[in-house]
Write a protein that binds this ligand. Structure first.
Ligand code: SF4
Length: 166
């Protein structure tokens, strides 16, 4: 196929897109087909999807790094135990355990976009705080608990949660 953009065996459109080839005729016959916009679209989308793939890989590497630094095992159990004691002491002092739903949701929203970048989604899809390892939204099913955002007695140790009017 004769194409006005194929000159001296070089496709001017691909050259403009920064794509080199030993055989421009192949792209001309199979992709361009006389419509240079086909080339722009094809190679533009390809570039975009590579960038998207790289962005996802970087995000996953960052998630893995955060999961690796989150407390686990004994430290996680100790944090949970400390929170249970805080909840119990608060209940004894005030008779209250959980916040109003609107306040819980306000806390969760803050954690989802944690100002200190300490929140992460774990492999089960749960939002966790990497400072203490706690679930923020859903709790530990075995203990029948909600996430840490639900409890009046527990605070964000970085001070990101709003004051609660008790
Ligand atoms: S509890 Fe505080 S530090 Fe942890 S994720 Fe939520 S806002 Fe961030």
């Amino acid at each position: 196929m004769a194409c006005e953009h194929l000159q001296n065996k070089t496709c001017l459109i691909l050259k403009e897109l920064g794509i080199g080839s030993d055989n421009y005729q192949v792209a001309c016959d199979n992709i361009c087909k006389g419509e240079p916009d086909n080339l722009r679209q094809y190679f533009g989308n390809n570039k975009q999807s590579k960038e998207e793939q790289q962005r996802r890989q970087e995000a996953e590497a960052e998630r893995q790094r955060m999961l690796a630094e989150m407390p686990g095992g004994f430290e996680l159990a100790a944090n949970l135990w400390r929170h249970l004691k805080e909840i119990h002491a608060h209940y004894k002092a005030t008779g209250r355990i959980k916040l109003e739903q609107a306040d819980i949701e306000r806390r969760i929203l803050i954690c989802q976009d944690c100002p200190s970048k300490r929140s992460v989604i774990d492999d089960k899809g749960h939002l966790r705080c990497t400072d203490c390892g706690c679930h923020i939204k859903e709790g530990v099913p075995l203990l029948g608990l909600d996430g840490k955002a639900a409890y009046e007695a527990i605070d964000c140790k970085r001070g990101h949660w709003p004051e609660i009017n008790l």
